[in-house]
Design a protein around this ligand. Structure first.
Ligand code: 9MR
Length: 474
């Protein structure tokens, strides 16, 4: 069977291409408690209130918790969102690896033959490097997002173009990429285990995959070289075919270091019950395994339980070196109408965030249901909105003990500027975009009581909400 679907159709694609209807695992937490928390979150969201929480100690994050387990925790990133304060601050706080979502694909970096444009991808790599994050390269040889000039080449020219593309792109990023998806999605869905029709497959045959890996190794011997695919997460005909290819490569010394399991899950393609076993059998071939594009449709405790299942599976396989979720926030997910990620459209931590952090062994994340005993929590709302400016209010609420002091950072997106503040004592970083607010008096807030400060943001053409950091208190 030949798959001819177009990935730009977004979320419906995977829904209709995989028929393994294994039931979802049962939720691990009390449905009643979660429902209450989610109900409260919905009420707050409906009122335009963003709730955030923090503790007196440094908050644990996904990246830090994963690092303690010897793994990375990454996300797909779009260069176009890096200028959005809440996006950048969530990314920078929580993740320690990034994958450019589209910016390193063939159509983006070599739109015309031998004419390379690395601008957007460079922007992501520079951002990641400046924050100490690692970068996954995605992807060198893929049938999709492939410019027309490539598809039009004859076999000999296509081989030259493929090797040149791998060489130029890997050379440009040499030393900056921890793992490359050298070949992406070369196998068909369904039960055939056959290769997918593509210009590479149709004109160069099975051997183009081996050739791509050999070329890649010759360019950057330090980067891990991965084969990456979807619907290979459990044991099935497609994953068996990939398994056999990897086994063959290892037995013949073809340079392959890792296999990426995209892990796009939804009710029609749930987390398979043999997910861990499948990761393990690949690891047993002598390659690393990585979860490369994780997202799970759903919400609340069921979604949270599925995320922990995935994290636990990775942690149970010593060669599972990291997890990447396919986006920072539901707002920008490739699944147009879904909510498959860890942060909601307002960058609130979801129950899935909390369960993911807990599965990684972290704690103290708060928000999204079940954050434990925070010293103080903050919530934000836009109290007035005009064409040129808006007023924001942050409410600081003490936890189960009184606090005597508190600090909250507010980051606005340039060219926005804070023009006025009240009920607090602000200080600024050198960019003028990050305001650190402390109380103007002694800052005493009784257990469970609240205090608020406010500010006016001049939009200067940008109406984005500010990023409100966690509350710290002593
Ligand atoms: O998330 C990507 C989306 O923005 C693009 O429109 C789409 C185009 O093919 O690709 C999406 O990312 C895909 C990834 O590169 C490969 N695996 C499947 C991902 C989701 O479709």
């Amino acid at each position: 069977m030949l798959e001819t679907f177009d990935r730009t159709e977004r979320d419906d694609v995977i829904t209709r291409t995989f028929a393994d209807h294994t039931p979802m695992p049962p939720p691990r937490r009390s449905r009643a408690r979660k429902a209450l928390v989610i109900g409260m979150a919905s009420l707050l969201a409906a009122a335009g209130v963003t709730a955030l929480a923090g503790t007196a100690q440094a908050a644990s994050t996904l990246g830090a918790a994963a690092a303690e387990k010897g793994r990375y925790f990454g996300t797909a990133v779009a260069a176009s969102h890096l200028g959005e304060a809440a996006y950048a601050s969530t990314l920078d706080t929580e993740f320690n690896s990034v994958t450019p979502e589209n910016e390193m694909k063939w159509d983006a970096v070599e739109p015309n033959r031998n004419s390379f444009s690395f601008g957007s991808a460079d922007q992501i790599v520079s951002h990641a490097q400046s924050k100490g994050m690692k970068v996954r390269g995605h992807t060198l040889v893929w049938y999709s997002q492939l410019p027309g000039w490539v598809s039009g080449l004859g076999a000999s020219d296509l081989r030259t173009a493929m090797n040149n593309h791998i060489t130029q792109v890997m050379q440009h990023y040499k030393g900056k990429i921890h793992s490359w998806d050298v070949v992406n999605e070369a196998f068909q869905d369904g039960n055939s285990g056959a290769r997918r029709s593509s210009p590479f497959q149709d004109k160069l045959g099975d051997g183009h995959i081996e050739e791509a890996f050999r070329t890649a190794r010759s360019v950057d011997s330090a980067a891990k070289l991965c084969y990456n695919d979807y619907n290979t997460d459990g044991v099935n005909a497609k994953s068996n075919a990939v398994y056999n290819m990897v086994k063959d490569f290892k037995s013949r010394g073809v340079p392959i270091d890792c296999v990426g399991f995209q892990s796009h899950f939804n009710p029609n393609s749930p987390v398979p019950s043999d997910y861990r076993a499948n990761l393990q059998r690949f690891a047993d071939l002598g390659v690393d395994v990585q979860i490369t594009e994780l997202d799970i449709e759903g919400s609340g405790s069921a979604q949270a339980a599925n995320y922990s299942t995935v994290v636990n599976a990775c942690l149970a396989v010593s060669r599972c070196t990291g997890i990447t979720v396919w986006g920072v926030t539901d707002k920008y997910s490739w699944r147009a109408s879904g909510t498959p990620l860890l942060f909601d459209g307002n960058y609130n931590k979801k129950a899935a965030y909390t369960s993911t952090l807990a599965a990684l062994g972290g704690s103290g994340g708060g928000g999204g249901g079940g954050g434990g005993d925070a010293a103080c929590t903050v919530s934000y709302s836009r109290t007035n909105d005009w064409s040129d400016r808006f007023n924001g209010q942050v409410t600081v609420t003490a936890g189960s003990a009184a606090i005597t002091d508190w600090t909250v950072t507010v980051t606005v997106s340039s060219p926005q500027k804070v023009s006025a503040t009240w009920n607090g004592s602000p200080s600024w970083d050198s960019s003028g975009n990050v305001m650190t607010m402390k109380p103007s008096g002694n800052g005493s807030v009784a257990a469970g009581a609240s205090t608020s400060f406010g500010f006016t943001v001049m939009k200067n053409g940008n109406s984005a909400a500010p990023a409100i950091g966690s509350c710290t208190a002593s």
